[in-house]
Design a protein around this ligand. Structure first.
Ligand SMILES: NC(=O)c1ccc[n+]([C@@H]2O[C@H](COP(=O)([O-])OP(=O)(O)OC[C@H]3O[C@@H](n4cnc5c(N)ncnc54)[C@H](OP(=O)(O)O)[C@@H]3O)[C@@H](O)[C@H]2O)c1
Length: 280
């Protein structure tokens, strides 16, 4: 059965079923209904495992045994938890397993030091919308990662999002812009929704209008990828008009600069992640 599974990444074990592990699990189970029985989930909290079983994952009663059969191990633990976990379980890994980490700020070389010759390591950076199978997914494979495994990995990720191959050094930018960025978008949405309420709309309606506006704006920008973002704005801006007035205030108060600073701060934090002085 393994041989016929789609994508060549199965059996797959997801280690850590918190926010991101369970989002990945939902996306993958949704994308691969045929792989039922080949996607395992492990967490130290049995409640999280039970929740994951409810949407189609297999629990890991015998973790070592499942790890030894896995073609892919997806590590979704907190950054400071991944290396200690690997030290405990690396001896159980089968030959040629793909070890995929979504941990922010933990470099491939740190995995390589712990794993020595074992496993092929790649880092992947999704955001929470992976549960809905709609998000950018940064991918960086270590040098020497087997080509056919990379093809399988990218093929699998393309069903849960938009894989983007990056140099490892660029992954932290994606972490800040997208993985953290989704929260910055929600922050902006809060502002839109509050403005609607201030102007007299009921809160639930205002929220709905704000969300649909963001969705539509994103979809239009996606559809017309060749157009600059500035030219998209020009389409809805007339001299002395209402949009111009609002844009002027955003420019005067420096919204763009604020966003650049916020995302740069998130980036700096990611880079400090494993430092004992500055890290988490
Ligand atoms: N959240 C995001 O939006 C996002 C986006 C991109 C990447 N990431 C990366 O994804 C990783 C996970 O983040 P998260 O937000 O999903 O964290 P999380 O919600 O804390 O999930 C981690 C899960 O792993 C469990 N766990 C801890 N130690 C374990 C062990 N030894 N064995 C089995 N399970 C264990 C935790 O249980 P306890 O709660 O009991 O500790 C928790 O359920 C992080 O490295 C982060 O950098 C997150």
């Amino acid at each position: 059965m393994d041989q016929e599974a789609p994508g060549g990444v199965f059996p797959l074990v997801i280690v850590g079923l918190g926010q991101m592990g369970s989002a990945m699990a939902k996306g993958i189970v949704g994308a691969y209904p045929r792989a039922k029985g080949l996607i395992f989930g492990h967490d130290q909290d049995p409640l999280r495992v039970a929740e994951a079983e409810a949407f189609g994952l297999e629990g890991t009663k015998k973790l070592e045994e499942v790890l030894s059969r896995a073609r892919t191990i997806l590590l979704a633990l907190k950054p400071l938890q991944v290396l200690p976990w690997l030290r405990l379980y690396r001896e159980t890994f089968g030959k040629d397993v793909m070890l995929i980490s979504i941990a922010a700020g933990v470099p491939i070389k740190a995995f390589r030091e712990v794993l020595e010759e074992k496993a092929h390591v790649a880092r992947v950076m999704p955001n929470l919308a992976v549960a809905l199978r709609t998000c950018p997914v940064g991918v960086s494979c270590e040098p020497g990662f087997p080509e056919e495994k990379k093809v399988s990995l990218i093929e699998a990720l393309s069903l849960v999002g938009m894989p983007i191959e990056l140099e490892e050094g660029q992954l932290d930018a994606l972490t800040a812009l997208s993985s953290s960025g989704i929260a910055f978008v929600w922050h902006a949405l809060e502002g839109f929704a509050a403005a609607g309420v201030r102007l007299g709309l009921p809160p639930a309606l205002s929220r709905k209008v704000a969300v649909e506006t963001f969705l539509g704006a994103g979809m239009l920008a996606k559809e017309d990828e060749a157009a600059s973002l500035a030219s998209l704005k020009e389409r809805v801006t007339t001299p002395k008009g209402t949009t111009m007035e609002g844009l002027f205030v955003l420019e005067r108060l420096g919204l763009k600069g604020i966003l650049i600073e916020a995302i740069t701060s998130a980036y700096n934090r990611t880079q400090a992640m494993l430092s004992p002085q500055k890290g988490v």
